[in-house]
Design a protein around this ligand. Structure first.
Ligand code: RP5
Length: 171
């Protein structure tokens, strides 16, 4: 279950899963930001519809393996984040992926967003995997001062970029 760990010597604390290999180009943004913030993660494919038993196994075993937050991306009839959320009390961040046959991405967004009471999924924007990674790090940062400090530095780089652009416009 632990394919593509960020660092095999460090146990992953964030699990990134997606419904299909075709989601990877979007979901890579989550792994990239976690790598930048040095948060150990694992990344794999789990399909709610094509491999439902694997989904059960992943969701039910995640906490025991040390995973603290799950980022789940899927497109179309995107049931993976909600079903995983139903199988664990770990926080689940859902990434609606705009798949090739999508109805402008609305199918993915609504499938992930409109969860019933009691089983939340923190849904980010369409193809918003980068924010999913940042949000996962922010949750970890509530108890991990080192991660919180890296997030502060990351925020500073965002601010500096805006200030530089503003400065260039003034010239
Ligand atoms: C979903 O169906 C996946 O998450 C993907 O976004 C979409 C299409 O999957 P493929 O047909 O490209 O494998 O389960």
């Amino acid at each position: 279950m632990s394919e593509n760990q960020s660092n095999p010597r460090t146990a992953p604390v964030v699990g990134i899963i997606m419904g299909s290999q075709s989601d990877l180009k979007v979901m890579e943004a989550a792994s990239e930001i976690l790598e930048m913030l040095q948060v150990p993660y694992e990344l794999t494919i789990v399909s709610a519809h094509r491999t439902p038993h694997r989904m059960f196994e992943y969701a039910e075993g995640a906490r025991k393996r040390g995973i603290k937050i799950i980022i789940a991306g899927a497109g179309g009839a995107a049931h993976l984040p909600g079903m995983v959320a139903s199988l664990t009390t770990l926080p689940v961040i859902g990434v609606p992926v705009k798949s090739s046959n999508s109805i402008d991405g609305w199918d993915s967004v609504l499938s992930i967003l409109q969860m019933p009471g009691g089983i939340p999924v923190a849904t980010v924007a369409l193809n918003g995997a980068q924010n999913a990674g940042i949000l996962a790090a922010q949750i970890l940062g509530t108890t991990d001062a080192v991660v919180a400090d890296r997030l502060e530095k990351y925020r500073s780089t965002l601010k500096e970029k805006v200030m530089r652009s503003a400065e260039e416009l003034r010239r």
